[in-house]
Design a protein around this ligand. Structure first.
Ligand SMILES: CC(C)(COP(=O)(O)OP(=O)(O)OC[C@H]1O[C@@H](n2cnc3c(N)ncnc32)[C@H](O)[C@@H]1OP(=O)(O)O)[C@@H](O)C(=O)NCCC(=O)NCCSC(=O)C[C@@H](O)CCCCCCCCCCCCC(=O)O
Length: 725
């Protein structure tokens, strides 16, 4: 709730709802009561609004958006009530003022912020728009370009930037509450009209229409099917075209559209899913409550290829001193140059912010070829290429050199953590940390525990993820872990669709129209087709070790497509060779163009293998790709590899470009309805009996038989697991 107190002439209203002072109905009611009381009390000359525990407010209570009680009390009218107060109202912003919290502050006549505070209107990230008149007040205060940027991206800005934009009147380094009370006393009796944002005009731009048109195109492009950014834009446009009251009506209409959209539900699910995975637990019951993380004061990274460079950059950005190691001076110098370039770019991005990068100091970042320098680090991340023998050799060395207690992490996307750990004398300290490329940009960190990994090691890796500003997701050990294991059937279906009559550009378009950042074939060209080719050669699926007489399109009685292998045999590795599933302007080029060579190659391939080309519609493309991936997700849940569907969704949204506004694959399945997913898998499986990954998983069948329970109850239907730890 909100606590009302009257000191001298300044009444204090303190928003109180731990941990982030979310605006629940009780808080709103108390805020309204406090304002009315202060207005009515002749001894009160000014009001100060602040939050409890060093945080102003993180906005409306997101859990309340699905509550039927919500309609009783709106936040907009309360913000108007603040603004129309006859006594000056000052907001004292500490910690965060986000969403409805910032809208409350915008209703105040003055805003004063602590230098470390952050402000923003992040509603767009949970599928909404600032629905308490924020889309109308903010452009009046800071102008249309800056307001549009904040509202359509949802970014949080530091107090220093807020001051430059004119969003706050003052920033302080000392006690914000005392400074706000001083300010309130100072402005008693001053005219309030000029301080009421609803009365101000929206600052004009010489080329407003042209600016808005350009901004609309940009917002639409970035939204990729997500409704909220476009509706945020429309609400701000209304501010530029209509008087305040009319703009507010438009804002409310648009807010209602978003609130009732499935996208808002999915995005809010994604918000809480991310927090849920942070509360990790393993099948043996290890969790934060049973394990404390070890401090990481100094780390090492082995291997300065693409992944290692990104990981070093991430650590430096997190202010963790790093030793970067390569096998010889030639690789070291190449790696050092690349890391320095990345860090210089990051430093430019951070210019003007509160933090700066210190990477020229050898105590913070040291390059070496000497393994012995790793003797005193707290954590090592091995990031050499995916070769089990090499990784085992390195881990054997590490267990001899590193101090007792040092955490030994392997950056692998599929390899067996237990086998790597078997090369050391301390398997309890070995853990998988699967970074995603580029590692200094991508938010996901898959954290894989092996049979012997200790809870302390898991807690330390999770804490590291947080320090690196990543989302750590704890999963069990199996080939491909969660992310790649679910990706295999998806990519497999995409290639089978080509065999049957589709084209790469058709499959990619369907998947990208669904909202994926990049379709399976463009992704494969970007990653390099040779990576999978090498792995399949290693598994004996192709190449010289394949027994003579093996059927071209069969492996162990199951359907297999040699198409990706054939492309590699033609030297088509993707972007790096300017040819892959598409052609590119040059080696390393990024612009994918459909390739007539590939089309005739596919036609010839179908002729050779007697495959009748058929037209495949968008529905079949989407369902076969997505439902096979989801099917694997159910297998993962049933095996206890992940402790809930939220884990799979967080992994896909943050590491694989799955559109966040659909929640993630498992949430999407729950919305489509499990009976429908099952029926479709059954249909496709009957049509392709030699494709085991299309066979509906037993856990999916069990959930359908149980009456399609809500996603939050799925795990209660999993049979008891054998402990993994
Ligand atoms: C604030 C953060 C930056 C903090 O990050 P940090 O990493 O420090 O911590 P966590 O993210 O782990 O958060 C801690 C804890 O707090 C929970 N939480 C955070 N924010 C909210 C919130 N806004 N509502 C509810 N709960 C919240 C979080 O889930 C964690 O708890 P958990 O148990 O899950 O571990 C960061 O948290 C953050 O970015 N938060 C989101 C900020 C945001 O998106 N704000 C916008 C909210 S939407 C909004 O404000 C809309 C307004 O524009 C317009 C509203 C008009 C209609 C108003 C009607 C009011 C209806 C209220 C109904 C109430 C029903 C009832 O009372 O029964």
């Amino acid at each position: 709730m909100a606590q009302y107190a009257r000191g001298s002439a300044v009444a204090v209203i303190r928003l109180r709802n731990p941990p982030v002072n979310a605006l629940s109905l009780a808080v709103l009611q108390a805020l309204e009561d406090g304002l009315k009381k202060a207005d009515a009390d002749p001894s009160v000359k000014a009001v100060m609004i602040c939050g409890e525990n060093g945080k102003f407010s993180a906005g409306a209570d997101i859990r309340g958006f699905s509550s039927p009680k919500r309609h009783g009390l709106g936040l907009g009218p309360i913000v108007s009530l603040i603004e129309s107060c006859q006594k000056p109202v000052v907001a004292a912003i500490e910690g965060v003022a986000l969403g409805g919290g910032l809208e409350v502050a915008l209703g105040c006549h003055y805003r004063i912020a602590h230098v470390k505070a952050r402000m923003g209107l992040p509603e767009v990230t949970i599928g909404l728009l600032p629905g308490a008149e924020g889309t109308q007040r903010l452009p009046r205060l800071i102008g249309v370009p800056a307001a549009l940027d904040m509202i359509t991206t949802g970014k949080h800005i530091p107090a220093t930037e807020a001051l430059k934009l004119g969003l706050v009147d003052e920033i302080v380094e000392e006690n914000t509450i005392e400074a706000a009370i001083r300010l309130a006393n100072k402005v008693i009796g001053q005219p309030l009209g000029p301080r009421r944002l609803s009365l101000k005009p929206v600052p004009k731009l010489p080329n407003m229409e042209a600016f808005l048109q350009e901004a609309a195109v940009k917002v639409k492009k970035q939204a990729r099917g997500c409704l909220a950014p476009e509706l945020c834009f429309q609400a701000v446009r209304a501010a530029t075209e209509t008087p305040f009251a009319q703009g507010v009506r438009r804002e409310r209409e648009l807010f209602q559209v978003l609130l009732s959209s499935g996208q808002a539900r999915a995005l809010q699910y994604a918000f809480f899913a991310e927090r849920a995975v942070h509360r990790w637990a393993t099948p043996t019951g290890a969790s934060w409550s049973s394990a404390a993380p070890q401090p990481v004061r100094r780390a090492a990274v082995i291997g300065l290829g693409t992944m290692g460079r990104g990981i070093v950059t991430s650590l430096v950005k997190a202010n963790i001193p790093v030793v970067a190691l390569e096998q010889d001076l030639e690789y070291l110098n190449k790696g050092r140059k690349a890391v320095m370039l990345l860090l210089e770019r990051e430093a430019v991005k951070m210019e003007g912010g509160a933090q700066s990068l210190d990477f020229h100091n050898p105590a913070r970042l040291q390059f070496t070829v000497d393994f012995d320098l790793l003797h005193d680090v707290d954590l090592v991340i091995e990031a050499v290429f995916e070769n089990m023998a090499l990784k085992k050799e390195i881990f054997h060395k590490l267990s001899k050199i590193c101090k007792p207690g040092a955490l030994l992490c392997t950056n692998t996307s599929a390899l067996n953590i237990d086998e790597i750990a078997s090369a050391t004398s301390r398997p309890q300290q070995v853990i998988g940390t699967h970074f995603f490329s580029p590692a200094h940009v991508m938010r996901l960190l898959e954290i894989i525990y092996g049979r012997h990994t200790s809870p302390t090691a898991i807690a330390t890796a999770m804490q590291l993820a947080k320090a690196l500003k990543k989302v750590g997701v704890v999963v069990g050990n199996c080939f491909g872990f969660v992310g790649n294991r679910m990706m295999f059937p998806y990519v497999e279906q995409a290639v089978f669709l080509l065999e049957e009559g589709s084209r790469p550009e058709a499959v990619d378009r369907v998947v990208e129209d669904f909202g994926f950042k990049i379709g399976p074939f463009r992704m494969s060209d970007l990653a390099g087709l040779d990576v999978g080719w090498r792995s399949r050669q290693g598994q004996g699926l192709t190449g010289p070790s394949l027994p003579a007489g093996t059927a071209a399109r069969q492996r162990q009685g199951q359907r297999y497509s040699p198409l990706p292998d054939l492309l590699c045999e033609h030297g088509r590795f993707g972007q790096k060779t300017a040819r892959g599933w598409y052609r590119y302007e040059r080696a390393g080029g990024r612009t994918a163009t459909p390739d007539p060579w590939l089309h005739s190659f596919l036609a010839q391939y179908r002729d050779t293998h007697g495959i009748k080309t058929r037209f495949i519609d968008q529905e079949e493309i989407l369902e076969r790709c997505l439902f096979s991936l989801i099917n694997e997700g159910f297998a993962i849940l049933a095996e206890g590899i992940a402790s809930g569907p939220e884990h799979l969704d967080v992994i896909y949204v943050n590491g694989y470009g799955w559109p966040k506004h659909t929640g993630g694959p498992m949430f999407y399945a729950s919305i489509v309805g499990l009976p429908r997913v099952l029926a479709k898998l059954q249909k496709y499986s009957e049509a392709h009996p030699d494709v085991p990954r299309l066979r509906p998983n037993a856990f999916l069948k069990k959930l359908v038989a149980a009456g399609n329970p809500p996603l939050k109850d799925w795990m209660s239907y999993v049979s008891r697991q054998s402990p993994k730890l």
